[in-house]
Design a protein around this ligand. Structure first.
Ligand SMILES: [Zn+2]
Length: 910
């Protein structure tokens, strides 16, 4: 707007035509100023006075009946967008998109309107602008400017406030309220109170214990700030415990200060230039929020939020950690025992993306235009929520079906709420094109990247330390670099990316033939390189990485007969056996285009990797009977840390410089004696994590544990029994050491409270992989691999979970695996075994007793003969006590329980 106005003023000095334009500009501004005053006065007649067409009269009256309300104390109207009028009015004016706020005391209403304005009167003469047509596109009817009531104060005596699993007690203190026309929605408590948080689920008790040392968190608070729906205030707070008192100015000031600080943290909406005030939404009925300032733990936030699948949380504000997160009893009862699918809550399903990105890495600047095709899943959809990084400014949102739309940014949440002009019915298809730009930092290394220990950077005086790693810029699942659904959502995509001519790009999708191409700029420094990537198979999320790359290798692998003929002793029956029946949905590829793009210094290493990657891909395809994507690119980048990141179609693999000097051996995900392990893990993610997705955070082991186990199987394939044993030893050790930190099903929350990401990797990567190996040994190779293939086929391009895996395995094995998964995935204890033996004639009788909970666990007992020979015996332990008879082949000296078979159990000496 400002630019346009300045340009108009300049033009005024230059020509007569420009003078007319400037007059027009003033005319439109005048009209909008009048319209703003009409909103403020609520004068319907005055609105009709601004309209010109009698043909519009009925529409104008309808519009006024909902949009022009009496009683407004203040109104602000801003123009957001302007297009030329079309059709019969072509050339006579503009179609404006305006946003308007009308304030009625502490309540306000915001709306987005389309207002068509046209000029009347002859050219050259005094021209006047009038409204030719108008329409409400969207509105939010009730938002509130909340403040603490300065005239009210109460003394609290023995005040008790209860929410599910939370009790607040304030024996004596002061209470202040923030009220609106509907009643009290905010409360400030000051005084020595006690908070008692006692989650019902056993797993959450365990997490609370990790946080505070006890399964119940009881601590003192000095200040509490509560938000509640006004209709529930009376049920939440027993007013007989409150006694009105005179307002003490000092105390009120303190309460105001608390209010100002705490009220900013939730339910706030950002209205930009419409209003600088803090406007808030009301908590929904049943929702409750408490910000509790404690001495010992700083601010703890308890929230009950019905819109979430896990609606109760206790959150550590200062350190940004979820302490507890679980479904309320009500939600649990409604859902039953089944774990939820995050997709059940989504309003829409994204079908396809067409994205154009101009990326300039040295400024970390991206400009994007994303066309998103989506299908409505909820019964009616009036607005939709998209995730997009806060740093990216939205220039426009246009719907193919509905024209220009307007989005509201929700502060600090990487979110835009797009209001739709009409409610859309289930299954309607909507196509949005969103233009945006901004400075976006690349994604920080995530958990997949191994973290070094503080203070263990060695050899800083080494000259080689001066070697700088080649910079790379990764934009992926945590960057929100394109508009996306609030949860990951399988969609196909076409991504066009332009980069400066000296930069290369690898992205989700297969590079289209003929790309990259160079497009000349005004001068050579502005030359841009264009890439087009096609993801014909659905992806959970899209990613790209920029760096200086050289193509180290490219090759096409053919799957099929040649591979099936391979004999593989480590996978009895797995590779060549028939695939579970039923066609795969989507395209099935019988080959894979594999390439390696490497930073200049890593090209040689890249060539070596290419051969290894091809071998790994063939090995995995032979196990599963499918390779989900048509191409795979390894982007070999330099980094201080080992690790990688694996979206669909490619993996960024960190290559440490020999001089980096960082010690990282003591990490669950590091296999220092086995450098190919990372590659094998990352490559496995194309099948596990990408093609087969996880339905919520509890199921992340389906991605990481499976990738880890596939890498372990590749170690077996490549290095034989010893290779497998050395990996299993490490999986087992980390898995056992960290088990008491919580069940595998806690996902990212493992180690989260203490900020110890090794716990997460120890359990979600390593323990999970060891669990898969135990399952395989319990049920046997053939049913195990049959179950794996069935699970893959049923889960391909879907989000699945433990229940689906269990069902697939039960189908193949014909036995119940309920207890197996209960103990190993949802439980955090380990089997305790007492192992003994006796000799009866020519047989050894192995006796195994489970002392604690009963598990299903395969135990390898090693018989040691007097002549030093040893023999391993597999004993499936699935009862309280098991006796297993083995014919002896010599004089028995003793027995031992193996620690190299991946079985996690505590062995209690007899
Ligand atoms: Zn991984």
């Amino acid at each position: 707007m400002k630019v346009r106005r300045a340009a108009a003023l300049l033009a005024l000095l230059l020509s007569g035509a420009a003078t007319a334009r400037a007059q027009d500009e003033d005319g439109v501004r005048l009209l909008l100023g009048r319209l703003e005053r009409v909103v403020q006065s609520g004068d319907a007649g005055a609105f009709l006075g601004l309209t010109s067409d009698t043909a519009n009269a009925t529409r104008a009256r309808d519009f006024v009946s909902t949009e022009i309300m009496p009683g407004a104390k203040r109104a602000v109207l801003h123009e957001r967008d302007r297009q030329a009028l079309q059709g019969s009015l072509r050339g006579s004016g503009h179609s404006l998109l305006v946003e308007v706020i009308a304030e009625f005391g502490s309540r306000a209403r915001i709306a987005t309107w389309r207002v068509d304005v046209k000029r009347t009167g002859a050219a050259g003469s005094e021209r006047e602008w009038t409204i030719a047509d108008q329409e409400r596109l969207s509105s939010v009817e009730n938002i509130y400017r909340l403040s603490l009531n300065a005239t009210k104060a109460f003394t609290a005596r023995n005040l008790k406030i209860a929410a599910e699993d939370l009790d607040l007690t304030l024996p004596e203190g002061s209470v202040f309220v923030g009220d609106i026309d509907l009643g009290v929605t905010a409360v400030v408590l000051i005084g020595r109170g006690t908070l008692n948080f006692h989650p019902a689920p056993a797993v959450e008790k365990g997490q609370v214990k990790i946080f505070c040392g006890s399964e119940t968190l009881e601590t003192r608070f000095d200040v509490a700030y509560l938000r509640v729906n006004p209709a529930e205030f009376a049920t939440l707070i027993d007013e007989s415990a409150l006694e009105p008192k005179a307002v003490d100015p000092g105390e009120m000031r303190r309460a105001q200060e608390i209010f100002r600080e705490e009220s900013q943290k939730s339910f706030v909406i950002d209205l930009g230039d419409l209003s600088r005030d803090a406007w808030t939404l009301l908590p929904a009925y049943g929702d409750f929020l408490a910000e509790l300032r404690t001495r010992r733990f700083d601010t703890l936030t308890y929230a009950r939020s019905g819109a979430e699948a896990e609606d109760i949380t206790l959150f550590d504000r200062k350190r940004h950690r979820n302490i507890a997160l679980y479904p309320s009893q009500e939600k649990q009862a409604r859902r039953g025992q089944a774990s939820y699918n995050e997709d059940d809550l989504v309003d829409y399903d994204i079908l396809d993306y067409d994205i154009e990105i101009a990326a300039t890495p040295e400024r970390q600047w991206i400009e994007g235009r994303a066309r998103v095709r989506l299908k409505v899943r909820s019964y009616v959809l009036g607005s939709l929520t998209l995730r997009l990084a806060d740093a990216l400014v939205v220039q426009s949102i246009v719907s193919y079906e509905h024209g220009r739309l307007f989005g509201i940014r929700v502060k600090n949440q990487n979110t835009i709420v797009v209001n739709l002009p009409t409610a859309l019915a289930r299954d309607s298809v909507l196509t949005l094109t969103i233009a945006y730009s901004g400075r976006l930092e690349p994604q920080a290394p995530e958990r997949e990247t191994v973290a070094p220990f503080e203070g263990q950077r060695a050899g800083t005086d080494d000259v080689q330390m001066m070697l700088q790693v080649e910079p790379s810029f990764l934009y992926s699942s945590r960057s929100y670099w394109y508009p996306q659904a609030p949860v990951s959502d399988y969609a196909t995509a076409r991504i066009r990316i332009s980069v400066p001519s000296g930069v290369e790009c690898v992205a989700s999708g297969e590079l289209e033939p003929g790309f990259p191409t160079m497009v000349a700029g005004k001068d050579p420094s502005q030359n841009r390189k264009w890439y087009v990537f096609n993801a014909a198979q659905p992806l959970r999320y899209l990613a790209f990485i920029l760096s200086r790359f050289s193509r180290a290798e490219t090759t096409t692998i053919a799957f099929g007969a040649a591979m099936n003929a391979r004999t593989d002793t480590s996978l009895a029956g797995a590779g060549s056996k028939g695939i579970a029946p039923g066609p795969l949905t989507g395209t099935v590829y019988r080959s894979l285009n594999l390439s390696v793009e490497a930073n200049p210094r890593q090209v040689q290493r890249g060539r070596e990797l290419a051969e290894r990657a091809a071998e790994i891909a063939m090995f995995y395809e032979s196990i599963i009977g499918d390779s989900p994507y048509s191409s795979f690119t390894v982007a070999l980048i330099e980094s201080d840390l080992p690790g990688g990141h694996s979206p669909g179609y490619f993996a960024a693999l960190n290559q440490q410089l020999p001089s980096s000097g960082l010690v990282w051996r003591n990490d669950p995900a590091a296999f220092p004696n086995y450098p190919d392990f990372f590659l094998a893990h990352e490559l496995a993610h194309q099948w596990w994590g990408q093609a087969v997705g996880w339905r919520n955070y509890h199921e992340q082991w389906i991605s990481e544990g499976f990738a880890q186990y596939f890498a372990a199987m590749y170690a077996h394939h490549q290095r034989g029994d010893e290779g497998l044993a050395s990996v299993l030893k490490q999986l087992r050790k980390w898995g056992m050491d960290a088990s008491d930190q919580g069940p595998i099903s806690l996902g990212y929350r493992l180690g989260h409270i203490r900020g110890e990401s090794r716990v997460f990797r120890a359990l979600v990567y390593n323990k999970s992989a060891a669990v898969l190996h135990m399952l395989r040994r319990l049920v046997g190779d053939e049913p195990f691999f049959g179950g794996l293939r069935r699970f893959y086929r049923e889960g391909r391009f879907r989000k699945v979970g433990t229940q689906d895996f269990r069902a697939a395995m039960e189908k193949e094995t014909g036995r119940s695996l309920e207890r197996f998964f209960d103990r190993w995935i949802y439980g955090s204890t380990l089997p305790k075994l007492k192992v003994g033996h006796r000799v009866e004639g020519t047989e050894a009788v192995l006796h195994i007793e489970q002392i604690g909970e009963i598990f299903d666990v395969p135990v390898t007992v090693t018989l040691q003969y007097a002549d030093r020979r040893t023999m391993d015996v597999l004993v499936p332990v699935t009862e309280r006590t098991v006796e297993h008879r083995v014919p002896l082949e010599g004089v028995l000296r003793g027995i031992d329980v193996s620690r190299e078979d991946g079985t996690m159990a505590e062995i209690v000496k007899n």
